[in-house]
Ligand binder design. Structure first.
Ligand SMILES: [Zn+2]
Length: 294
């Protein structure tokens, strides 16, 4: 109801893009042909596409030009609703659900979600700082029961092919996550050093992939030894990153069932976006709209 009040139809969504991208008051905008501010009026073109026309020179401006909606045959209203649905659920929405919800073909629904994840939810390159927990996990969904019946070697082979996800998270702050090549020192520290500023305190588990270089590069490197069942000792814990990974894995298992390595980075975008905007669903939706109009 809230969404429908704000964006009742295609025209309202287009008006939103027009005002966000081109014209604050909805009437005056810069005309690239006249090279000055002009009054624009809205007309429908022969193809039924809505555009705004400069009253000085007749130049047409299409507010969707350069956005992910530009060449889509799916209506703007459905795009907006898909973005709304993605931000109003805790764990995301599958293409199958979106197909049912908005009545488009499965492939269309999948492509819409993919573009939103890959382009609108893309992670910014801003580094993390402060108290930062880092960890890695195997991603891409669970090993199927049919694989276990084929014998242990098969399972081990399949497990070892699963992509490694590395993530770092500020306590009380933002997360960054990426697919890395392996659990090797080179790959893990490569990502850590890229994601986290040297003026930080690093918390990891006892995995040997994190070398002494971590301690010398950062203010301090604290390790928590899970094998000793010492999960929490004072400040030395990795509960924040465990929380993020738990959410990611539950989400992938519950909503998407399994995710191919090829698209895993886009799902990391989605869960990082969700985590970083966790304080408000409304803000999450508005951030997506801003990025769509950018
Ligand atoms: Zn003009």
């Amino acid at each position: 109801m809230e969404f429908m009040r704000e964006f009742p139809d295609d025209a309202a969504c287009l008006e939103h893009l027009w005002r966000t991208r081109c014209s604050e008051d909805g009437e005056h905008a810069h005309c690239p042909k006249c090279e000055q501010e002009r009054v624009f009026k809205r007309y429908a073109t022969a193809q039924g596409r809505q555009s705004w026309t400069c009253t000085g020179c007749g130049h047409h401006v299409h507010p969707t030009a350069g956005t992910i909606f530009a060449k889509s045959s799916t209506s703007l209203h459905l795009w907006y609703y898909a973005m709304y649905l993605m931000t109003s659920t805790r764990c995301g929405i599958s293409a199958k659900q979106l197909e049912r919800e908005i009545g488009v073909a499965y492939k269309t629904a999948w492509r819409m979600l993919n573009r939103i994840r890959a382009e609108l939810m893309v992670q910014d390159g801003e580094p993390l700082s402060g108290d930062v927990e880092a960890d890695e996990t195997a991603g891409g969904g669970k090993v199927r029961a049919s694989d276990t019946r084929k014998g242990r070697q098969h399972v081990i082979a399949k497990m070892s092919r699963r992509p490694t996800i590395f993530a770092a998270v500020e306590r009380g702050g933002r997360v960054r996550a990426a697919v890395v090549n392996s659990r090797s020192t080179r790959d893990l520290e490569g990502a850590l050093f890229e994601f986290v500023l040297p003026t930080s305190m690093i918390f990891t588990d006892e995995w040997g992939g994190y070398s002494r270089r971590v301690g010398s590069r950062y203010i301090a490197h604290h390790r928590i030894r899970h094998e000793d069942r010492v999960y929490v000792s004072g400040d030395v814990h990795t509960q924040t990153i465990d929380g993020f990974f738990g959410n990611l894995k539950n989400g992938i298992r519950g909503t998407y069932h399994s995710v191919s390595s090829k698209w895993l980075p886009t799902y990391l975008n989605e869960y990082a976006f969700r985590y970083n905007e966790r304080d408000s669903q409304r803000a999450m939706f508005l951030t997506l709209l801003d990025r769509a109009a950018a």
